[in-house]
Design a protein around this ligand. Structure first.
Ligand SMILES: Nc1ncnc2c1ncn2[C@@H]1O[C@H](COP(=O)(O)OP(=O)(O)O)[C@@H](O)[C@H]1O
Ligand SMILES: [Mg+2]
Length: 267
C-alpha cells in the first residue's frame, strides 16, 4: 500500500489544499494516523483549512534550515490527535529544501504516521520536483475543463521523466447535471484523455466553500463532497469502493414521437 503521496495539479485553484485537508481527516476517521505537509511554501493554507492557524510556531523551512526539530514544527490537531500538520513557511519556496532533507522529512514523518500527504505548489517548479523525488506516488487533481486537463498533462510528463508511477486522478468540482447534458467532461473521459487511473471525483458543492469560511473541512458536514472524499480515502487504503457512475449524456428527444409522449422539444 502506498503511504506517501504528493498532491499536485498543473493549474492552481483546482482544490488541492481543500482535498488534501479533507482526505487527511477522512483517513484519520478510517483509523489511519495521517500527517499533512503544507509544501505550498509562500502560500500556506492548510492551517486555515484545519482551523489550526493560531497554533503555528515553526514551519517546514525552519526545520530544513536547522532552526528547530521536526517534532517542534509538526502540530497535532486538537480534536483529532491522529492528525498532524507540518505547516508551510510564509516566505520562500519548496525548491529551497534539497532532496536529502526532503527524503529525511518523509522518512521521519513515516516513523510516527501511517500516511503522509504533501500538498504541492501548482505548476512545474523545482519544489514539485523535490517533493516528487521523495513521495512514492502522486494524486493529481484536475477540474473538468480543458485548461486544467492540459496543464495536468505536464505533471504526468514530469512523473514519467522522473521514472515515477503514473499519478492517480481525482476530478474535483464535477457538476453531474452538466456531465449528463453533455456540457462537462465526465471524470472517466478525463482519465481516458490523460491515460491515468481514476481514483474518484468530488462534486462541486457549496458546503466546501461554507466549510472553508468556517476554517474547517467539509468532513464536518453531511453533504455529497464529504461522501465522495470518504469513498476516495477508502480506495486509498485499499478498499474496493465502486465509483459512483454518472449517467451518460441524455440524447435530447425530438420529433413527433417524443412530443406525443410529453418529451421536451429540442432547444
Ligand atoms: N468540490 C468543491 N466544491 C466547491 N468549491 C470547491 C471545491 N473544491 C475546492 N473548492 C474551492 O475552490 C477554491 C480553490 O481551492 P484550493 O483548495 O485553494 O485550490 P488549490 O490548492 O489547488 O490552489 C477554494 O475557494 C475552495 O473552497
Ligand atoms: Mg493550495
Amino acid at each position: 500500500m502506498i503511504k506517501t503521496w504528493m498532491i499536485a495539479s498543473g493549474k492552481g485553484g483546482v482544490g488541492k489544499s481543500t482535498l488534501a485537508a479533507a482526505l487527511a481527516v477522512a483517513l484519520v476517521r478510517e483509523g489511519k494516523k495521517t500527517v499533512l505537509m503544507d509544501m505550498d511554501i509562500g502560500l500556506r493554507s492548510l492551517d486555515i483549512h484545519l482551523g489550526m492557524e493560531n497554533s503555528v510556531v515553526y514551519d517546514v523551512l525552519d526545520y530544513a534550515r536547522g532552526d528547530c526539530r521536526l517534532s517542534e514544527a509538526v502540530l497535532t490537531h486538537l480534536s483529532m490527535p491522529q492528525l498532524g500538520l507540518l505547516p508551510a513557511a510564509q516566505l520562500g519556496t519548496a525548491g529551497e529544501i534539497d532532496g536529502e532533507i526532503m527524503d529525511k522529512i518523509f522518512r521521519k514523518l513515516l516513523k510516527h504516521y501511517e500516511y503522509v500527504l504533501a500538498d504541492a505548489p501548482a505548476g512545474l517548479t523545482r519544489g514539485i520536483e523535490r517533493i516528487l523525488g521523495s513521495a512514492e506516488n502522486t494524486l493529481l487533481i484536475v477540474t473538468p475543463d480543458d485548461v486544467s486537463v492540459r496543464d495536468a498533462e505536464r505533471v504526468i510528463e514530469l512523473c514519467r521523466e522522473k521514472d515515477k508511477p503514473a499519478p492517480l486522478l481525482i476530478v474535483n468540482r464535477v457538476i453531474p447535471a452538466l456531465v449528463q447534458s453533455g456540457d462537462m467532461h465526465s471524470p472517466q473521459t478525463i482519465a481516458d484523455m490523460l491515460d491515468v487511473p481514476l481514483l474518484g471525483y468530488v462534486p462541486d458543492d457549496t458546503e466546501v466553500i461554507r466549510a472553508l469560511h468556517g476554517h474547517r473541512t467539509v468532513m464536518d458536514t453531511d453533504c455529497p463532497a464529504r461522501r465522495a472524499v470518504e469513498r476516495i480515502a477508502k480506495r486509498l487504503t485499499g478498499c474496493a469502493v465502486p465509483l459512483m457512475a454518472i449517467a451518460p449524456p441524455q440524447r435530447k428527444r425530438s420529433g413527433w414521437f417524443s412530443r406525443r409522449r410529453g418529451g421536451e422539444l429540442p432547444k
